[in-house]
Design a protein around this ligand. Structure first.
Ligand code: SAH
Length: 247
């Protein structure tokens, strides 16, 4: 019997932010596979499962193993944080299934992505058109990343930065901020949420001008407002355009 790989986005971390489908897929799986950090989060919430944890940068090997296990008839949950289809494992699983000519079922279970988890904490910053941009240049040339930042600036998109800063590339966030400052006021609101939906969550409200000096790492999502975004009562709000007096 053909097995299956369910590519599960389990949300930002807390079980309360997981969808019912994600919980079902993890509970019924023979094997739960994923990056070690994510497996640690799930082990606490789903004790007694069989887990296969692999380190960072082993994505292709991990997905290959999951498909091989499914070829043996097993039900594998391949987990990603947030949404498995947004900088997650869904794409590579489909690519490998084709390459390996594997006769298995693949399902993608969507989840609450970091941008929506962060937005809910910040107020209502994503009420208008938004660009998700990852600042990781591990697989994307830096030039293309910065071109996209520039286009988002020109288009007055709200910008959600994933993978905003790491030790290996400390300057990219400042570079992105400088590009956006060509189009946007220095006072443009910026929200930074670290560990959204996890016990150690922190949030910071700052401005585009101050972003360069802000404390940001890989556990943060950075939300940069558009030209209409404002802050009030510690919240970051982008008006949708409804005719209300204060918005
Ligand atoms: N598939 C994930 C994104 C993986 S890329 C999703 O849909 O959310 C990894 C990046 O996501 C991190 O560098 C960070 O920018 C963001 N991220 C993931 N989990 C987060 C969390 N709990 N809080 C804030 N940002 C998070």
């Amino acid at each position: 019997m053909a097995g299956r790989v369910t590519v599960v986005g389990f949300g930002p971390g807390d079980k309360g932010d997981m969808t019912g489908r994600a919980v079902t897929a993890i509970e019924r799986a023979d094997i739960v596979a994923g990056y070690t950090t994510y497996i640690r989060i799930l082990e606490a919430q789903f004790p007694g499962k069989k887990y296969k944890a692999t380190g960072m940068m082993k994505e292709v090997d991990r997905c290959r193993m999951a498909i091989e296990d499914a070829q043996q008839g097993l039900d594998v949950a391949m987990v990603s944080s947030g949404d498995s289809g947004i900088y997650g494992m869904a794409g590579i699983i489909y690519q490998l299934r084709a390459e390996m000519k594997a006769d298995i079922d693949v399902d993608v279970v969507p989840g609450v992505t970091a941008a929506s988890a962060a937005a809910a904490v910040l107020g209502a910053p994503l009420m208008h058109d938004t660009a998700f941009i990852s600042l990781s240049d591990l697989m994307t040339p830096l030039e293309r990343i910065m071109k996209r930042v520039d286009c988002a600036g020109q288009g007055d998109f709200i910008v959600c930065l994933y993978n905003p800063k790491s030790k290996g590339r400390p300057g990219y966030l400042a570079q992105a901020a400088d590009i956006l400052l060509k189009y946007r006021a220095p006072t443009t609101p910026v929200g930074i949420v670290r560990d959204a939906g996890r016990p150690d969550m922190t949030k910071t409200l700052t401005t585009l001008e101050e972003l360069k000096g802000a404390d940001v790492d890989m556990f943060c999502t950075v939300v940069i407002g558009n030209s209409q975004t404002y802050t009030a009562d510690g919240l970051m709000i982008t008006p949708r355009g409804y005719p209300v007096r204060n918005g």
